[in-house]
Design a protein around this ligand. Structure first.
Ligand SMILES: CC(C)(COP(=O)([O-])OP(=O)([O-])OC[C@H]1O[C@@H](n2cnc3c(N)ncnc32)[C@H](O)[C@@H]1OP(=O)([O-])[O-])[C@@H](O)C(=O)NCCC(=O)NCCSC(=O)C[C@@](C)(O)CC(=O)[O-]
Length: 284
């Protein structure tokens, strides 16, 4: 058996948040229930953000209430502030994620505040999560490139990663939000980030617009990362990142990792079925 590399499935959240068609909660629940049989230990299923900003995620509580929770799987939700935290806790999310950006312009576009303001906003969320023993993951968007502002300095990424760890995140996921990063760009970013963090508490979250996400995962494996976010069927995109295509497809990441000799713990036939469901949901 090869070394374990974990895939964090983000399709039901990051994947579906950008779909133009409002997808009924029952379809999302069916997808999550299928994914629960695939062998993931974490699946991001909802976000508790403003429904005016992201209408597709307005039914997060319904989704969390409707899924059949499999033992050993943590069902995660994204929260931008205390209001989102309260929604996630009421819906019994098993973990939450706060999300910041390495780019000021993207931060304004995505959550209507500066990077520093977003980090301040997470303070009370972290305290409240600690009080109820809820694990918190952190995301940093635009780790290589910003859709509005071009190249992002690796040092800016490292600063935000450090701030998220300092406030208590158990893991930080590095988002190539627009999926344009090259392996060299990922290398330069990781060099700076690994000055402030250990690789086994980092995850790669790579979109695949430029078709290089699998190479970017390989470069990250070389730097010691062992967790990668992916969306089944390659669903996704961010509503506030124009031009971003989907997340790298879970089934493609699984296949590449197996080819490289790693063990993902996932069942390829369940993944293939989930990918078909995901593609049908987006009308492909
Ligand atoms: C952060 C805010 C809320 C600020 O939004 P705002 O307009 O600056 O804040 P506000 O506090 O003035 O609130 C505006 C309205 O939203 C309500 N509101 C406020 N908070 C909540 C909440 N939690 N749940 C439900 N409603 C909420 C609030 O009550 C108010 O309602 P109104 O009075 O107008 O009726 C807004 O900008 C927002 O929701 N943004 C979400 C953006 C988002 O979800 N983007 C996609 C996820 S990030 C991503 O995909 C990247 C990632 C993570 O995958 C990694 C990567 O690839 O890079």
């Amino acid at each position: 058996m090869g070394e374990r590399v974990r895939i964090f499935e983000v399709g039901p959240r990051d994947g579906l948040q950008n779909e133009a068609r409002i997808i009924p909660a029952a379809e999302k629940i069916a997808l999550v229930d299928c994914l629960s049989q695939a062998g993931f230990d974490r699946i991001e299923v909802a976000s508790f953000v403003s429904p005016k900003w992201v209408p597709q995620m307005a039914d997060g509580a319904q989704v969390l209430a409707g899924i059949t929770r499999a033992p050993g799987v943590r069902y995660a939700a994204l929260v931008p502030n205390m209001r989102g935290f309260e929604g996630a806790v009421a819906a019994e999310a098993d973990e939450i994620a706060v999300f910041a950006s390495a780019s000021e312009v993207f931060s304004q576009a995505n959550i209507n505040c500066s990077v520093a303001e977003s980090l301040d906003r997470f303070g009370p969320v972290m305290n409240a999560a600690r009080a109820v023993d809820l694990p918190v993951r952190g995301y940093v968007s635009c780790v290589v490139e910003c859709p509005y502002d071009g190249a992002v300095a690796p040092g800016d990424v490292a600063r935000v990663v450090k701030a998220l760890f300092d406030m208590g995140c158990y893991e930080v996921s590095l988002g190539d939000t627009i999926g344009r990063a090259t392996p060299d760009g990922i290398k330069a970013m990781l060099k700076a980030v690994l000055d402030v963090a250990v690789p086994d508490r980092l995850a790669g979250h790579y979109h695949d617009t430029g078709g290089r996400a699998l190479e970017n995962i390989e470069v990250s494996l070389d730097h010691g990362l062992r967790v990668f976010d992916a969306a089944v069927g390659g669903l996704g995109g961010c509503p506030y990142a124009p031009g971003a295509a989907g997340n790298v497809a879970t089934e493609a990441v699984h296949a590449r990792l197996v080819q490289l000799g790693y063990d993902t713990g996932l069942d390829a036939s369940v993944l293939a079925h989930a990918a078909q469901m995901a593609l049908a949901m987006r009308g492909d």
